[in-house]
Design a protein around this ligand. Structure first.
Ligand code: M6R
Length: 614
């Protein structure tokens, strides 16, 4: 979380910093701030809340930085200290000569604070970052060399950081460094850009250098120098970013989330091209680097992920076990990393992440890698930290997802799991030819089925508005769609703040049924197949407790009308592919409820798109 930017060159810096921060707002929006080198001294401007508040502050001070060409900026997702102006970055040392921006968490900041206070430092904020500002300032007093001061200070830090630093005495120097947090340097003509992520620099340059942990980069207008943690100069690896500047436009939609929901049919078509040629030919998945014999012998897979990606992973488990007969464990990365996990070189470990930067998942895959497992990464960001750890990299190619609530990246992860499971099943010979053929052929029809759903989204909107004022919401399903129920509930929770929960329908009677009464909406994901009748019975049980029943179904049975007060019909599809269809109306329900309630759909409170702290 948090995003940092920096610039040194000959252009007007404030626009570059603010544009960069606007591209990083997905990383947090609790506060924003910039520090710029003016002709007299460094000046700091900050505002609580979204970037637009900072822009208003900057407008009032325009004349102070008209000629400034060097500065740093920050967008915050609060970890230590409330989201207010005092805790907003940039932070300074007591004399105000040194300014820093930071993404990450300094785990030993309390110990550092005690030591620094003993030396005379006066802390003004509740942040962990301020300790770093004071620490570097003391090191600078000793060394009079900003690069060396940063190097010495970072040796005393525990935890994760990406830092960008400036000092009043160094009017042509910007220092950046990182450990366990993303950071790259964009290289222009007599100018350099620093950013947590590509979108902040891609409008200006495609040449960039990713920093590795503990490397320190020293930037002046004419030169870039790179050092290792011993302070020794090391070679620089500048690469051309495989990205085009994208105008992040809502294309006429009210919110990015709605636009991204509508992009899903094309996202699926895009993924299938070149991989699924026809129902009769084998899946091509060159991204999987395990040799065929190893894949045939594989008897254990672990999948690790968080949030929405975790729900995609649960469906991944279901289909890999079903298609390939390989045992799969799925675990939240945040749990996986703090127990004695049994992983070795015979285990395939799959990390799933939209951003490829989620700290818990990144740590988990590093742990598994250290134990010798082959690491397969399914991500929407082939340039991410996780991608760089991958032995096999499966990009999901959903395109940039702006809305904090993941939609198209989830569907893209699911399609990637289908391709992977089918690919492995073909190698293992674990599925009947006819089953394989019918799965492949129906997979190609999914985009148009989703388009059918989108074409009658007004019915779903009506249903959403009908239930918008509820306090709680329950989603139930069984089998392959249980994770769909979890994901439907997560979508609703995160953008409408309604207390929504997903249950395996068979579990209702073991406790949750006690909550049911005439005020509780229960949505049954009632897709035809092996558990249809069972789920129907569970829905009857809920109806008998007066719950407000809603069905999401591909059944046209007239009987359903007696049981459900609302029926959302979706196109017919075989059970094993049904999560791809069932999720879309649930995304729309969450969207329309949140929109009806006037919530900030694309940037819900307390969340960030990329969770780079554990
Ligand atoms: O980038 P990742 O897929 O690793 O992110 C994991 C979760 O933080 C993410 O899915 C989160 O739950 C989303 N806000 C869901 O909409």
């Amino acid at each position: 979380m948090c995003g940092i930017v920096g610039y040194i060159g000959n252009k007007s810096v404030v626009d570059i910093l603010v544009n960069g921060l606007s591209q990083l707002e997905y990383r947090g929006y609790d506060s924003a701030g910039v520090a710029v080198q003016t002709s007299s001294k460094i000046k700091v401007y900050k505002a609580e809340g979204k970037l637009e508040n900072l822009s208003s502050v900057l407008m009032q001070h325009k004349s102070e930085f008209a000629d400034s060409t060097m500065g740093i900026g920050h967008i915050r997702w609060a970890t230590h200290g409330a989201p207010n102006v005092i805790n907003a970055h940039p932070h300074t040392c007591n004399c105000g000569n040194l300014v820093i921006v930071h993404n990450g968490i300094i785990e030993n900041y309390k110990e550092l604070k005690v030591k620094l206070e003993a030396k005379g430092a006066k802390f003004r904020s509740q942040t962990d970052t301020e300790a770093v500002a004071h620490l570097i300032a003391y090191k600078y007093e000793e060394t009079k060399d900003l690069t060396e001061a940063v190097r010495l200070a970072t040796q005393e830090l525990d935890g994760a950081y990406a830092l960008c630093v400036m000092h009043n005495n160094e009017k042509n120097k910007l220092i950046a460094t990182k450990r366990n947090a993303p950071l790259l340097v964009g290289v222009g003509e007599d100018e350099y850009y620093v950013a947590s992520d590509v979108p902040a620099i891609i409008p200006y340059t495609k040449k960039a250098m990713y920093l590795n942990d503990n490397q320190i980069v020293e930037l002046s207008r004419s030169e870039m120098k790179l050092f290792n943690s011993n302070g020794e100069p090391i070679p620089q690896k500048v690469e051309i970013l495989p990205w085009e500047p994208v105008a992040l436009s809502k294309m006429g939609y009210k919110h990015f989330m709605l636009k991204e929901i509508h992009e899903q049919p094309d996202v699926i078509r895009n993924i299938l091209v070149g991989k699924l040629h026809s129902a009769d030919s084998q899946i091509t998945l060159d991204e999987v680097k395990l040799d065929k014999q190893t894949l045939k012998d594989l008897n254990r897979i672990q999948i690790i992920a968080c949030g929405t990606s975790l729900h995609a992973a649960m469906i991944g488990k279901y289909i890999i076990e079903n298609f390939c007969g390989i045992a799969v464990d799925v675990e939240a990365s945040s749990e996986y990393i703090y127990r004695k996990t049994v992983t070795d070189k015979h285990t395939l470990v799959i990390g799933v992440s939209q951003s490829g930067e989620t700290a818990d998942t990144l740590t988990a895959i590093k742990q598994a890698k250290a134990r010798g497992s082959h690491i397969l990464i399914i991500t929407n960001r082939p340039d991410s930290a996780m991608a760089r750890e991958a032995d096999s990299l499966v990009p999901v190619n959903a395109g940039i997802e702006v809305s904090v609530a993941a939609t198209k990246s989830y569907i893209a992860q699911l399609v990637s799991f289908y391709l992977l499971a089918l690919y492995m099943a073909e190698i293992k010979g674990s599925l009947d030819e006819s089953v394989l053929k019918s799965l492949k052929s129906e997979l190609t029809l999914v985009p148009q089925k989703i388009e059918q759903i989108l074409s009658h989204k007004e019915d779903i909107q009506k249903c959403a508005q009908h239930y918008a004022n509820t306090k709680d919401f329950i989603y139930v399903a069984r089998g392959i769609n249980f994770p769909t129920a979890l994901e439907g509930a997560l979508k609703l929770k995160e953008i409408s703040y309604i207390n929504a929960t997903g249950y395996p329908a068979g579990e209702l009677k073991h406790g949750p049924i006690a909550m049911l009464d005439e005020s509780m909406p229960v949505l049954s994901i009632l897709m035809k197949g092996s558990v249809y009748e069972k789920l129907l019975s569970n829905s009857e049980e809920a109806k008998a407790r007066n719950a407000r029943m809603i069905a999401l179904t591909n059944s046209t049975s007239e009987k359903l009308k007696e049981l459900f007060e609302f029926i959302i019909e979706v196109p017919d599809i075989q059970e094993l592919l049904s999560p791809l269809i069932a999720m879309v109306p649930l995304q729309l329900i969450a969207y329309y409820i949140a929109e009806y309630l006037g919530k900030d759909v694309d940037q819900p409170r307390n969340l960030a798109k990329s969770v780079t702290v554990e």
